[in-house]
Each structure stands twice: as C-alpha cells, then as structure tokens.
Design a protein around this ligand. Structure first.
Ligand SMILES: Cc1cc2nc3c(=O)[nH]c(=O)nc-3n(C[C@H](O)[C@H](O)[C@H](O)COP(=O)(O)OP(=O)(O)OC[C@H]3O[C@@H](n4cnc5c(N)ncnc54)[C@H](O)[C@@H]3O)c2cc1C
Ligand SMILES: NC(=O)c1ccc[n+]([C@@H]2O[C@H](COP(=O)([O-])OP(=O)(O)OC[C@H]3O[C@@H](n4cnc5c(N)ncnc54)[C@H](O)[C@@H]3O)[C@@H](O)[C@H]2O)c1
Length: 485
C-alpha cells in the first residue's frame, strides 16, 4: 500500500519503528489502551509476513499442492490426465492472496484504530527522539520492530550472480528450470517442495546433518523422504563453497544462471540460485546503538523478559530480537511490549518454546519441549490413524512429551494439516494439562487430530499399567468388596 506524507509533528506516548506484524500489533495494542501512537514505516505496512514471507509462500504451496494432488490422484483410482502449470497464473493467485489481506494491514486501517502512520525511515537520535525526514518525534516510549532481512552467504563469486531471496522471489515471471537452494531450514524446505511440485528441477544444499535441524529427528527423516518423492535432490552435510555466473538463465528479470561448487567438489548448474540460509536483524544504520540500545554479537536487539532494551523507554519485539522468528511470536511479543510500555512492566514473555509449523506436505508442527530427544514420550504412528489410512497418508506420526507429573510439555505432529491439530497440543502445554485430561475429552472420529487423542490415551494406559496405579486399583477393589459384604 503506498504511503503519503503526513505533516503534523507532536509528542506521543509510543512511537513504533517498523510496520510489520510486530509493529502493527504493538501500535494497535497501545492505541487500544488509549495511548497516542505513531508508527514509522519506510516501505509499506504489512511487512515480511504479508508481502514476502508467510502469505506468498503458503499461497505458492497451495498451488503446488494442487499440482501434486492431481498427479497422485491415480492412487485413489482417479485418473486426471497430464498436469500443466501456468506459472503466470500461479503468481497471480499469490498476488490475489496478498491483495485480499492487504487492507487489514493498511495505513487506513491503522488510522481507524487510532494509529498515525508516518512514512519514511526512522533515525534514532542520541537523546532518544526519532527523526523521520524533516520531522522530529518525541515519544515517551519507542518500540523497535524493524524485523530481519535474508542473510546472504558470503561466498566467492556470489556478487556476480543474481541471488533470489524471499524478498525478490515473488517478482519471478518464469518458473525456474534448475533451482539450487542454499539452506534446508523452513524457507528452503517449503520453497523446495513448492517449486519441485510446480515443475522445477530443485537441489537443496544444506550443511546440517538433517533438514529442519531444530525439530524431531524423525520429522526430518519423513520430510526428507517426502521431498525426495517430489523429485528434490537433497545434499546434506554439504556447504556452498563458491558461485560462478554463466549467464545460462538470463531472460527472466535479469536472473543469470551459473554453477555452485559444494564442499564435496561437485558443480551444481542452476538457472536460479535461492539463498535460504537464515536471517540478519535489521538493527543497524538508524542510530540504535548510538542511542544506547545494546545489540548482541549477531546484531539482535538485547531484551529482558519484559522486552525492555538496555535504553530506558525503548522496547523491542519481532525478528529484530533473538526470539524465534514467527509471525505469532512477533505479534504476541509486540502486544506484551506495548502493554508493558503503556501500563508498566506487568507481563513477561513465555518460557515455553512457541508453536511452529513448516507448511510442507506433510506439515511438520511442534510446540514446547522438543520431542525425539529421549524424555518421557508417547508416539502414535499414523499407520494406526484411521483417517491417515483412508487417505493413504500414513507416513507421519504424533509424539507427545510429558513431565514426571504426566503433564503435556511438548509435541510434534507430522502429517497433512498437522498445523491445525497442533492447536490442541498448544492448549495442553500452555495450560499444563495432563495426558489423562486430554484422553478424557471426546474427539470426533476419524480426524487427523485423533493422533493427539490416541497418544494421550496410550500414555494414560501406560501409566495405569504401572505398579503404583495397579496397587491402588487392587486396594480400591478390596475396600469396595468389604463395603458390599
Ligand atoms: C519465506 C518466509 C516464510 C515465512 N512463513 C512463516 C509462516 O508461515 N508462519 C510464521 O509464523 N512465520 C513465517 N515467517 C516468519 C515471519 O514472516 C516473521 O517472523 C515476521 O514477519 C516478523 O515480523 P516483524 O514485524 O518482526 O518484521 P517485518 O515483517 O520484517 O517488519 C519490519 C518492518 O520494519 C520496517 N523498517 C525496518 N527498519 C526501519 C526503519 N529504520 N524505519 C522505518 N521502518 C523500518 C521494514 O520496512 C518492515 O516493514 C516466514 C518468513 C519467511 C522469510
Ligand atoms: N512456516 C514457518 O513458520 C516459517 C517458514 C519460513 C521461515 N520461517 C522463519 O524464518 C526463519 C528463517 O528461515 P531460514 O530457513 O532462512 O533459516 P534457518 O536458519 O532456519 O535455516 C537455514 C539453514 O541453512 C543452513 N545453511 C546456512 N548457510 C548455509 C550454507 N552456506 N550452505 C549450506 N547450508 C547453509 C543452516 O545450517 C540452517 O540450518 C526461520 O527461523 C523461521 O523462524 C518460518
């Protein structure tokens, strides 16, 4: 959405720098509490999630999934015929999804919520005020919500080729013929599957031992098999060493082709190269450090549990901090930071590892304590999940982690729409529900979400079969027998 300059200069309660998810939620939270709020945005409100992250990537995956489902329909006895992908229309669908959501994040919507949007780049002055163009904003509190940018691997030759990132990918007019992706994290995996299913020849070069290294190892293995079934070539424990442009892929928005040399000495030819190798915080170049806001070694804004920075009156949330980089985390943390700024430091960030979903097929969904690390766990493999059987989608599993008191402290679900089933595990973890409590709730049959119920029931049975509950059961029976004598 285009921004138009606003003239007035006045003091406010909260100035927000950045109009992505964190900035939008922080500004609206403070305005909802009756505060006078301005939000400074240098490009367009909506941020990464709307324009270059969650929304376009999920829209692309939806198109890719349609292609994959059509190709695989014959497993159900349904023959669809040849599948053709019209990439221009796929990208039109992606833009339509963005356009549908855009008004919600627009300066007009913010204005209606009581937030004044100031277009331009905020510069923090040593006295803590902000300069935006010719305007100076003196705010009682400042929320830094400037997000992160894609990290470009520092490789010899990389300056000589056009590198795709999540920022410029959405300008592609032609489907990449040979796409090499550096990185096997969430961005690399989601986009590898999307492009492979749309018809690109995709190779992922990942230096870790497994894809999604932060998730359950079995989830990584299932995902690897799924991507390979889609035709993705996966090189694990492989780094990129250098890049050389060859010009082969020219003709698509100036993108050149080239060769990427890996640590094993292999030359991978590409028409398009995508960097999905992590993020860099946008914390430098606008006066934060000079104003006394401490950054860590990687450049993230250092915050305490109330999301205060080292400079009094300055708060931070979202990707610019060292917290997990998800839209929901950015939003929740921004709401905490803005509320604390206006009402006093009442709320702290949760210590629970936040929910996360990698939207591949199958989806990899997890929350709380990591699973697959050998704690108290209960797994249900989806060969025993009737809905998965009916859809021939039995490759996944549901694994719950428990503490010594039998409470759910984490879970991983791998399967179709696993992200939708994760909500219940989030509730159980957040509210410290026991396996017995989850097992005691009637769930509809047959659903993918049954995996959570079945795991809780299996755990409850295991606990009941252990010596102490058995002895208690015997004791209760004896008491009843005596009473009835
Ligand atoms: C490809 C991809 C897919 C993703 N998919 C998901 C997903 O499915 N689910 C999920 O939960 N998360 C997902 N994420 C992560 C999610 O997008 C981010 O965690 C989230 O957008 C971070 O929001 P933010 O507000 O911190 O930053 P941003 O959205 O980056 O917003 C920061 C804003 O600050 C502005 N800005 C920066 N500096 C200044 C300045 N000095 N003055 C004025 N303005 C400034 C920028 O222009 C920008 O608009 C994905 C990320 C990527 C890259
Ligand atoms: N569905 C979602 O919620 C979703 C989707 C996409 C992104 N995100 C967020 O965005 C963040 C960034 O994602 P990402 O995938 O770019 O980063 P990441 O840090 O999660 O993963 C990048 C991977 O690339 C590997 N790598 C880095 N440099 C390399 C090199 N030179 N050669 C080979 N491998 C290399 C790293 O070992 C790492 O595991 C994520 O942490 C996540 O929070 C979320």
């Amino acid at each position: 959405m285009a921004l138009t300059p606003s003239p007035a200069a006045h003091d406010v309660d909260l100035a927000v720098i950045g109009g992505g998810t964190a900035g939008l939620v922080g500004a609206q939270t403070a305005a909802g509490l009756g505060a006078r709020v301005v939000l400074v945005e240098e490009e367009r409100t909506g941020g990464d999630c709307l324009y270059t992250g969650c929304v376009p990537s999920k829209a692309l995956l939806a198109a890719a999934s349609a292609a994959a489902q059509a190709r695989r329909a014959s497993r159900y006895g349904v023959d669809v015929g040849g599948v053709t992908v019209d990439f221009a229309r796929v990208m039109q669908h992606v833009r339509q999804a963005i356009a549908h959501i855009e008004p919600v994040d627009s300066p007009e919507a913010l204005g209606r919520a009581g937030v004044e949007v100031v277009p331009g780049r905020a510069q923090v002055l040593p006295d803590g005020s902000l300069r935006v163009g010719v305007r100076t904003i003196r705010a009682r509190h400042v929320l830094v919500a400037t997000g992160s940018a894609p990290a470009l691997p520092d490789l010899p030759g990389i300056d000589g080729v056009h590198v795709l990132t999540n920022e410029n990918l959405w300008d592609l007019a032609v489907l990449p013929a040979r796409l090499v992706i550096i990185g096997g994290g969430p961005v690399g995996c989601e986009l590898a599957q999307a492009f492979a299913r749309l018809g690109s020849d995709v190779t992922v070069v990942h230096r870790g031992k497994r894809l999604l290294p932060r998730e359950d190892p079995e989830a990584s293995a299932v995902l690897r098999a799924a991507l390979e079934e889609d035709g993705v070539r996966i090189l694990l424990e492989h780094g990129a060493v250098s890049v050389r442009g060859t010009g082969d892929g020219a003709g698509d928005g100036g993108t050149e082709g080239g060769l990427l040399t890996t640590t094993s000495g292999e030359d991978l030819a590409f028409t398009h190269l995508l960097a999905a190798a992590g993020r860099t915080p946008r914390s430098r170049g606008f006066g934060l450090e000079q104003a006394g806001v401490e950054l860590d070694g990687a450049g993230y804004v250092v915050t305490d549990r109330h999301l205060r920075t080292s400079r009094p009156g300055f708060w931070a949330s979202g990707d610019v901090t060292d917290h997990p980089k998800y839209t929901h985390t950015a939003g929740v943390h921004a709401s905490i930071a803005a509320g604390n700024a206006i009402l006093g430091p009442l709320r702290t960030v949760s210590r629970i590892e936040p929910p996360r979903v990698t939207f591949t097929d199958p989806e990899i969904a997890a929350v709380g304590a990591p699973t697959g690390k050998g704690g108290i766990e209960q797994a249900v493999h989806h060969t025993h999940l009737d809905r998965a059987v009916t859809e021939q989608r039995m490759e996944g599993f549901t694994r719950l982690a428990f503490d010594r008191r039998g409470r759910v402290i984490g879970g991983t679900i791998v399967g179709p729409r696993a992200g939708e089933s994760l909500g219940e595990v989030c509730l159980a973890v957040q509210r410290k529900l026991s396996a017995t409590a989850v097992a005691g709730v009637t769930h509809p049959y047959p659903t993918h979400n049954d995996g959570v119920w079945n795991a809780a029931i299996a755990r409850t049975r295991t606990v009941l079969a252990s010596p102490v509950p058995k002895a208690l059961g015997r004791l209760a029976r004896r008491v009843q027998e005596r009473r009835t004598r």
